[in-house]
Design a protein around this ligand. Structure first.
Ligand SMILES: NC(=O)c1ccc[n+]([C@@H]2O[C@H](COP(=O)([O-])OP(=O)(O)OC[C@H]3O[C@@H](n4cnc5c(N)ncnc54)[C@H](O)[C@@H]3O)[C@@H](O)[C@H]2O)c1
Length: 174
């Protein structure tokens, strides 16, 4: 059987990543890819503790720890970013993958608004919180480069332009 812990390339050599929703599906496969491409560490963040711990253990907990993180809770997100930087001294990649899907059979006349609230809390607000804390952390470590309509200090400004330009965080060396 192929040894998954043996890097197949060094494209991500030395990089530290967080993969949210890394306990299953696309996130789990991505975490494995990142390790196989030589990442120094991949932090699995999810709410499915048992599955997340299993994925982490299968990749080696030293390089791949599991952290419980509900991305709808800003304290969890803050702690995820801070503990990653504290463990490894860097954070290069945020694979913001945690999310849920809408029930496929929902129509406009029978909208489940509480379901929609949950969807937006995870897929929109949660993802925004991850970007925000990652950008703050990169800014504090002076490793981020903020582009696409941002003024230089991302903490003082929000989004330039009436329509709301995207904020792109490019990490030094990437
Ligand atoms: N698979 C597809 O065809 C498809 C299509 C479009 C979009 N997506 C999106 O891609 C992402 C991954 O999809 P997947 O098929 O691997 O789904 P999945 O359900 O297997 O994985 C999603 C992961 O996110 C985690 N998660 C859910 N809510 C969370 C929260 N609040 N905090 C932290 N983790 C949370 C889940 O526990 C799960 O491990 C999802 O955001 C999904 O909506 C998938």
């Amino acid at each position: 059987m192929k040894n998954l812990l043996q890097p197949i390339s060094n494209k991500l050599y030395g990089k530290v990543a967080i993969v949210t929703g890394g306990a299953s599906g696309i996130g789990e496969v991505t975490a494995r890819h990142f390790i196989n491409h030589g990442a120094r560490a991949v932090v699995i963040a999810d709410v499915q503790d048992e599955k997340g711990q299993h994925v982490a253990a299968s990749l080696g907990s030293q390089r791949c720890p599991y952290i419980h993180c509900d991305i709808t809770d800003e304290n969890h997100v803050k702690s995820l970013v801070e503990s990653t930087v504290s463990m490894y001294g860097q954070l290069d990649i945020m694979f913001s993958n945690a999310g849920i899907a809408t029930p496929g059979d929902q129509t406009i006349i029978d909208m489940d608004m509480s379901g929609s609230d949950k969807l937006f809390a995870i897929n929109a607000r949660g993802v925004a919180a991850l970007s925000d804390f990652e950008a703050r952390s990169a800014w504090a470590r002076e490793v981020g480069e903020f582009t696409a309509g941002c003024r230089r200090d991302p903490l003082e400004q929000r989004v330039a332009g009436d329509g709301g330009d995207a904020v792109v965080v490019r990490v030094a060396g990437s």
